[in-house]
Design a protein around this ligand. Structure first.
Ligand code: ADP
Ligand code: MG
Length: 323
């Protein structure tokens, strides 16, 4: 089969949150220690992301906006062994085709920055500018040239909430990166970037949720799991505080959910659900992240192993003295 066909064909850009997800992943891939995200009108009018990563070489900027030009997939096997978050090489191209984009970037080797504008896929201008090493991308007027897609958007406040969720997922799975989020001009939080999940959770999810979280840690064979869970007395009436990650990616997964909830069984009241942030690290070839183009749904080669490692990790954590 041709490699291109193995790449999920789904649209990368469905709403402001998908733009934010792709751009944040690019910043992390670029080794940024600090990232600031700011949105206006739920991200429809403006998404601005600044990082202190490597920057993009001036000669390479146009290429970065060409679909698949930067794809890291050369042979079908590569789909199973990708270690950067981005690999399709189509995010920037897709975003630039449906918005007005302004990129300002500078690498260590450059004397000044380059400001590059591209709107609806058309290069508009390129001129010298100023900024420290790193990249700033401004995405304005999303879907201005595709009214049909614009119609599928929910109201700005809902789109803003999808964006907020996306940023939270990235901030929690990358506590080593300081993530700052400004929503409609108001600072929401800054994570310290100290590498501690607990301090990222405190900044993102608040004091109420983070106060008495229990540390969780387990290794079984090729699976390693770390994270934090709520004590049984802090369980809630919804699953909104369940966050699962596999190899640094946020996922929704019934097996991980079931493993966690089964381990809590008997400790919580009826109709309550545990909260937790569970980070699973495992060999890339035992998980298929390409079930869904947005990479949120996953499929496991050995479903039972996943249940077991989660279940045991949570059981162990709950058995700690003082919980
Ligand atoms: P992918 O991430 O799949 O390679 P993208 O379209 O998201 O594709 O990005 C294209 C390329 O642009 C990346 O491979 C990277 O080289 C460069 N790039 C994008 N964003 C940044 C950034 N914030 N910092 C440095 N380089 C970036
Ligand atoms: Mg990318």
């Amino acid at each position: 089969k041709h490699t291109a066909e193995l790449i999920a064909a789904g649209e990368v850009v469905e709403r402001p949150a998908s733009v934010v997800k792709e751009l944040l992943e690019n910043s992390i891939d670029a080794g940024a220690a600090q990232v600031t995200v700011s949105i206006e009108s739920g991200g429809v009018k403006l998404i601005e992301i600044s990082d202190n990563g490597t920057g993009i070489e001036a000669e390479y900027i146009s290429t970065a906006f060409i679909r698949h030009a930067t794809s890291k997939i050369e042979k079908p096997d590569d789909l199973n062994s990708i270690h950067t978050l981005g690999f399709r090489g189509e995010a920037l191209a897709s975003i630039a085709s449906v918005a007005r984009v302004e990129l300002t970037t500078r690498t260590e080797a450059d004397e000044f920055a380059t400001v590059y504008r591209i709107e609806g896929g058309e290069e508009i201008s390129r001129e010298p500018g100023a900024r420290a090493v790193g990249t700033t991308i401004r995405v304005k007027d999303l879907f201005y040239n595709t009214p049909a897609r614009m119609k599928f958007l929910k109201k700005d406040s809902s789109e803003g909430t999808f964006v907020a969720d996306t940023i939270a997922h990235v901030a929690l799975s990358h506590p080593e990166v300081s993530v700052k989020f400004i929503r409609e001009g108001k600072l929401q939080y800054v994570t310290p970037g100290d590498g501690q999940l607990r301090s990222a959770a405190y900044a993102v999810l608040g004091r109420e949720f983070s106060r008495d979280l229990i540390e969780l840690k387990n290794q079984e064979g090729v699976y390693r799991i770390t994270g934090l869970i709520t004590p049984p007395k802090s369980c809630r009436a919804s699953r909104s505080m369940q966050h699962f990650y596999i190899n640094g990616r946020y996922v929704r997964n019934r097996t991980m959910m079931a493993g966690m909830e089964m381990a809590f069984k008997g400790t919580m009241m009826q109709g309550k659900f545990p909260g937790g942030i569970l980070l699973l690290e495992m060999p890339a070839d035992l998980v298929d992240v390409n079930v869904h183009p947005a990479k949120v749904e996953v499929r496991f080669a050995r479903e039972n192993d996943i249940f077991d490692v989660v279940y045991h990790a949570v059981k162990l954590a709950l058995a700690q003295p003082g919980t």
